[in-house]
Design a protein around this ligand. Structure first.
Ligand code: HEC
Length: 97
C-alpha cells in the first residue's frame, strides 16, 4: 500500500506540469513570433490565428505548430515555454477544449 502514495503524487502532478501558463506565454510570443506574422499580414499579426480556413484545428496541432515554429526560429525554448505559448494562443484565439 505504501508504495502507491508516491505513484499517486506523480499522477496528480502530471497535468499541472503539462499545462502551459498563458500569462508566461504572451511575452515569449511577443518577443519571438509576432513580428513575422505582422510583416506578413499587417495589423497586430493576430490575423494569422483568426484567418479562415485556419491551419490548426485542435490543441495537439497547435502545440505541434508552436514547437515547429520555435525550432525554425531558433527561439531556443524549452518544452515548458512552448506549452506556455500554446496555452496563451489557445486562450486568446483558438479556444480549443
Ligand atoms: C519567419 C516568419 C515567422 C515566424 C518568425 C513565426 N511564424 Fe508562425 N507562421 C508563419 C507563416 C508564413 C505561417 C502560415 C503558414 C502556412 O500558411 O502554411 C505561420 C502560421 C502559424 C500558425 C498557424 C496559424 C493558423 O492557420 O491557425 C501558428 C499557430 C504560428 N504560426 C505560430 C507561431 C509561433 C508560436 C511562432 C514563434 C515561435 C511563430 N509562429 C513564428 C511565419 C512565421
Amino acid at each position: 500500500m505504501r508504495s502507491a502514495i508516491p505513484l499517486l503524487c506523480l499522477l496528480l502532478s502530471l497535468p499541472v506540469q503539462a499545462a502551459g501558463d498563458p500569462k508566461l506565454g504572451k511575452p515569449l510570443h511577443d518577443k519571438q513570433c509576432v513580428a513575422c506574422h505582422v510583416k506578413l499580414l499587417g495589423g497586430d499579426g493576430s490575423g494569422m490565428y483568426t484567418r479562415k480556413p485556419r491551419l490548426i484545428n485542435n490543441l495537439a496541432a497547435l502545440e505541434q505548430r508552436v514547437a515547429t515554429c520555435s525550432a525554425q526560429t531558433n527561439a531556443g525554448w524549452f518544452p515548458e515555454e512552448e506549452a506556455h505559448v500554446a496555452a496563451w494562443l489557445n486562450q486568446t484565439y483558438y479556444k480549443f477544449k
